[in-house]
Design a protein around this ligand. Sequence first.
Ligand code: NI
Length: 226
Amino acid sequence: MLIKVPNVLTQEQVAEARQLLAEAEWTDGKATAGHQSSRVKDNMQIPQGHPNARRLGEMILRALSANPLFMSAALPLHVFPPLFNSYSGGQKFGTHVDNSIRQVPGTNHRIRTDLSATLFFEDPEKYEGGELCVEDTYGVHRVKLPAGDLVLYPATSLHHVTPVTRGARVCSFFWIQSMIRDDGQRSLLFDMDLAIQRLNQDHPDHPSATQLTGVYHNLLRQWAEM
Ligand code: NI
């Protein structure tokens, strides 16, 4: 399941983010790549633990925890501290799969990467290329979103970023360990949540809404890993 979450950040937050990102020192993105992906990865990153990255990461995590669509789609247990990358001058990231387990820097804590997330900081018309292409059994999904929007996709999928031939593509990327490990189960819960919300809107106080809400929570209780 690939889900677009619009307006995770306001335009004011995007402007502040661009400022913080412009002031930071950028280094070779191979620093956080695994063995396979380091051979196909060509971009720049802000070092983990950089004060601007930390500040911006906290802003993103606050925004996500207040975002009902993100919470419903991801059912997050742990979110990896956001990282930041930039592609320009033909840089790209060839087909790869993200590492399944990641240690949170400076801690003993490891998270299982169930979902990958990319948050965009530049408007799509400001750069050429830089599409995130995610492969699944339905084909290849090409994603390039407005500044402030985020895409969530299963970390199990092969994906790549096409070469940026004009301007710069600046994004945050990170991973989520979900309370629901399985993408199929998570998709079912998400669909059900959306249907219950629509039912509540169209038929307020319908008794079936309460019953369905009960079913949703009982499924979540059965499937959730904490
Ligand atoms: Ni990746």
